[in-house]
Design a protein around this ligand. Structure first.
Ligand SMILES: Nc1ncnc2c1ncn2[C@@H]1O[C@H](COP(=O)(O)OP(=O)(O)OP(=O)(O)O)[C@@H](O)[C@H]1O
Length: 232
């Protein structure tokens, strides 16, 4: 689903060029769940932005579902994101002037999918919030807002979902609900999951962890859960 070949990122600062990602190569299989972990400033969010096509690599190659992201311009990357990619952010990023239902319908309407309202209602039901359809984001708790954001990300049935600290703003109970939902959708819809997280419990539930250190990837670490699944 994702292949990166020696991707790097260099930014221009007032003190000159700064390489924030060293050459990084790895693969993510179809349907896999991956946690990108590492200390603050190690380059996790930068890597996620490149993988999701939100930003462009300085050098190297990235293939997303066989499409060469590195050679696409912004418009083509936006088109690819619209067709195949879902996003979830720590800060939910819901449109405050739209209800929960309308927020979920929005990407389906933009994509011109038929029955946007019906689909949105069904998925709102899936995330356990049918009774909140006509509430605005500021009338919902953080956990509820993140479940709306997950519903919005999944309405287009993305092949791959990127999440930056999806449980970062949530208490333990809500984190568990959001986690359960992400892995349920990963299983049921077959969506590949790529998460950046500081939450070690969430990272351990993924098939694999990619550990970032100083802008580079240290050896991928096998998770206990994945190993015991294999053993069992
Ligand atoms: N546009 C930029 N200009 C200069 N430095 C940058 C830029 N973007 C990122 N950096 C630096 O690159 C490094 C990696 O940043 P990044 O946000 O990817 O780290 P992170 O691992 O996601 O951190 P955190 O866990 O704190 O969110 C940091 O030292 C950051 O300050």
């Amino acid at each position: 689903m994702i292949t990166t070949k020696k991707i790097t990122k260099t930014v221009t600062t007032s003190e000159g060029q700064l390489q924030i990602l060293q050459p990084i190569s790895f693969q993510v299989k179809d349907g896999e769940s991956i946690a990108i972990v590492g200390a603050s400033g190690s380059g996790k969010s930068t890597l996620l932005s490149l993988l999701a096509g939100l930003d462009q690599v300085t050098s190297g190659e990235i293939f997303l579902d066989d499409e060469p992201l590195h050679s696409l311009d912004e418009e083509a990357r936006a088109q690819l994101r619209g067709a195949k990619v879902g996003f979830i952010f720590q800060s939910f990023m819901l449109v405050q002037s739209l209800t929960a239902l309308e927020n979920i319908m929005l990407p389906a309407e933009i994509a011109g999918l038929p029955d946007a309202r019906k689909r949105a209602q069904a998925i709102l039901d899936d995330v356990g919030l049918a009774h909140r359809a006509h509430h605005y984001p500021n009338q919902l708790s953080g956990g509820e807002q993140q479940r709306v954001a997950i519903a919005r990300a999944f309405i287009g049935q993305p092949k791959i979902l990127f999440a930056d600290e999806p449980t970062g703003n949530l208490d333990e109970a809500n984190s568990h609900k959001v986690e359960a939902l992400l892995f349920k959708l990963n299983r049921d819809v077959g969506t590949t999951l790529v998460l950046v997280t500081h939450d070690t419990a969430l990272a351990k539930k993924c098939d694999r962890q990619l550990v970032m250190q100083g802008g580079a990837l240290s050896e991928p670490e096998r998770t206990g859960d994945a190993q015991s699944r294999e053993a069992g």
